[in-house]
Design a protein around this ligand. Structure first.
Ligand code: ADP
Length: 549
């Protein structure tokens, strides 16, 4: 602003200076000419009178230094000149002042010589004999005079520049100070110039609009944070450099990290590859395993007006579904395998019988085998159906069940199996009433006692107990059988897991009994534990919440 003001003031001053100078030169020029012509004319009249009275004598006696006097005959021959020998001078018949004086009686002319920067004034007067007397004087031109004024003019110009700078400085401060003092937060409260009132009103309106927009942004941000922080899925937004610009609370929980180290998840190879693909503008998905957890990550590029501006990562825990899916696949494979074995045995026996390859009298053995394998398949299919029913989680009827009643019932049902191995079924039964599905409780007893008989040697005993303790109803089945090795104890509840496959098969096991037990216990809100020592025996203990009477 200062610079602009300085420039404008200086320009105005310089302009005025120049204009005045030109005007002065023009006026001076005009005045000079008039004065000079007047002087020459009166001098010429005197010389005319002299010549007319005394002729050449007058001129020769005249001692004139100021003016140049030339007398020119009517044919242009120079008769006299007080500065040059007339004989050396050329004919002046063609001179402008001579011609004009001959016609008009007198002539006044000025000639400018640019080489010497001087003006020469001529005044010519016709005498009675038609000769012409001419007076002339050479003076410095007005321009030369002006040139001599250049130094003072320069000084005036420098002075003008200094004055301009001071004035510009003062003026700028004077104008800018009130503007600088304006409180832009409350523009209408300022008492500055009336001229900037419209600007202040505009700023005031804009301030209001910005305030409204900021408020709206805050509201939207709050809404967004409330939504994103309350979802269980992790949401991470990245910029085009792959740096995290936003993440929700679930992201920290899912990736077990904190706000400062959220970028560290990009160090995981699978996530890095996924992000690279997404930042090339393509959708991508990955399943990553972190310790015991399985996480699905879905990456999508973010475009704004067709330009890639970042990426979004949505991640969620699929540990359960993933392991269920694995279990389902494993289960299908196991079912097929388990069904194939008895079917192959049945096919083999029937083949031999049909082709008459069985020795006479041995047929019954083959028929027995076909019967046993079919029975095994039936048991297997029953168990599979039962497990899938339990898997369905369909509501079941719950009644008052006394564990001791169902223990007795099951012992009764399995007494012949125990008898065949001379195993003594001992019991210590106390009333323990719970609310549960009686079929499930029966299945629990049946599978546990059946296993105890099958995995015990002949002539041993099994103890079945039911009792109440610590507000819980308890049952236990203790045998003195082969026991379960430590490393298998956590796995025996898995479907089709057997410690000794051939022993299980030989005793008619399906590998599903304990899975059914585990499911049934869970459905009856109970808990099962195992304590077992190899070659010494096993004890399965189950507790349920006692029915509040
Ligand atoms: P199975 O039909 O093979 O008995 P289960 O699911 O009932 O299948 O049992 C799984 C495995 O656990 C059995 O194959 C066996 O190895 C082991 N097991 C179960 N109960 C006993 C027990 N009382 N004593 C020793 N091992 C047992």
């Amino acid at each position: 602003m200062k610079k602009k003001l300085f420039k404008n003031i200086l320009l105005a001053m310089a302009g005025t200076l120049l204009f005045s100078l030109v005007l002065i030169i023009l006026v001076l020029n005009q005045n000079f000419a008039e004065i000079e012509t007047g002087r020459l004319s009166s001098q010429a009249s005197m010389v005319q009178a002299g010549i007319e009275t005394s002729g050449m004598n007058y001129l020769q006696k005249l001692d004139e230094k100021e003016f140049r006097i030339t007398w020119i005959a009517d044919d242009g021959t120079v008769l006299y000149d007080n500065t040059t020998d007339p004989k050396t001078m050329e004919n002046h018949g063609n001179r402008e002042e001579f011609i004009e004086a001959r016609i008009n009686g007198e002539a006044s002319i000025r000639r400018y010589s640019s080489t010497i920067a001087k003006d020469t004034y001529y005044y010519a007067k016709r005498l009675d004999d038609n000769s012409v007397i001419r007076l002339s004087q050479t003076n410095d031109s007005v321009f030369a005079l002006t040139l001599r004024l250049a130094t003072p003019i320069l000084w005036i110009f420098i002075l003008a520049a200094i004055v301009s700078a001071i004035v510009a400085n003062r003026l700028a401060s004077h104008i800018a100070d009130p503007i600088n003092r304006i409180d832009l937060d409350h523009p209408l409260a300022n008492n500055s110039y009336e001229e900037i009132r419209p600007l202040l009103t505009r700023i005031h309106n804009q301030n209001q609009q910005i305030d409204r927009q900021i408020e709206e942004l805050h509201r939207k941000k709050k809404e967004f944070l409330t939504i994103t922080d309350n979802v269980s899925e992790a949401l991470i937004l990245l910029n085009t450099e792959g740096k995290t610009v936003f993440f929700n609370r679930a992201a920290l929980t899912l990736f077990h990290t904190d706000e400062k180290q959220i970028d560290s998840i990009m160090e995981m190879e699978q996530i890095r590859q996924l992000v690279n693909t997404v930042l090339m503008g393509k959708d991508s998905e990955a399943v990553i395993t972190m310790e015991d957890e399985t996480i699905r990550v879905i990456g999508r590029p973010i475009f704004s007006r067709k330009v890639l501006t970042g990426a979004s990562l949505l991640a969620y825990d699929i540990t359960e579904t993933y392991s269920l899916e694995l279990q389902r696949r494993e289960f299908s494979a196991n079912v097929s395998h388990e069904l194939k074995t008895p079917l192959q045995a049945i096919m083999g026996s029937t083949e031999l019988l049909r082709n008459g390859l069985v020795k006479k009298g041995d047929e019954s053995t083959f028929y027995q085998r076909i019967h046993d394998e079919s029975a095994r398949m039936l048991t297997l299919i029953d168990d599979i159906i039962r497990l899938s029913q339990l898997d369905e989680d369909a509501p079941v009827e719950e009644t008052k069940v006394d564990l001791s009643d169902l223990a007795s019932e099951t012992m009764e049902a399995l007494s012949s199996a125990a008898f065949r191995k001379n195993i003594k079924l001992e019991s210590d039964l106390h009333t323990a009433i719970i609310k549960a599905n009686s079929r499930m409780i029966y299945e629990i007893f049946y599978n546990l006692i059946d296993n105890a008989i099958r995995y015990s040697k002949n002539d041993t005993s099994i103890l079945i107990r039911t009792w109440v303790e610590k507000d819980q109803a308890w049952l236990s089945v203790q045998d003195h059988g082969c026991g379960i090795p430590k490393e298998s104890q956590a796995r025996i509840f898995e479907r089709f897991y057997r410690v000794d496959k051939s022993h299980s098969r030989a005793t008619g096991g399906t590998g599903l009994g304990l899975s059914i037990v585990k499911h049934s216990v869970a459905r009856c809100h109970g808990n099962i534990t195992l304590s077992s020592r190899l070659n010494e025996g096993s004890t399965f203990t189950v507790n349920f919440p006692l029915l509040n009477r």
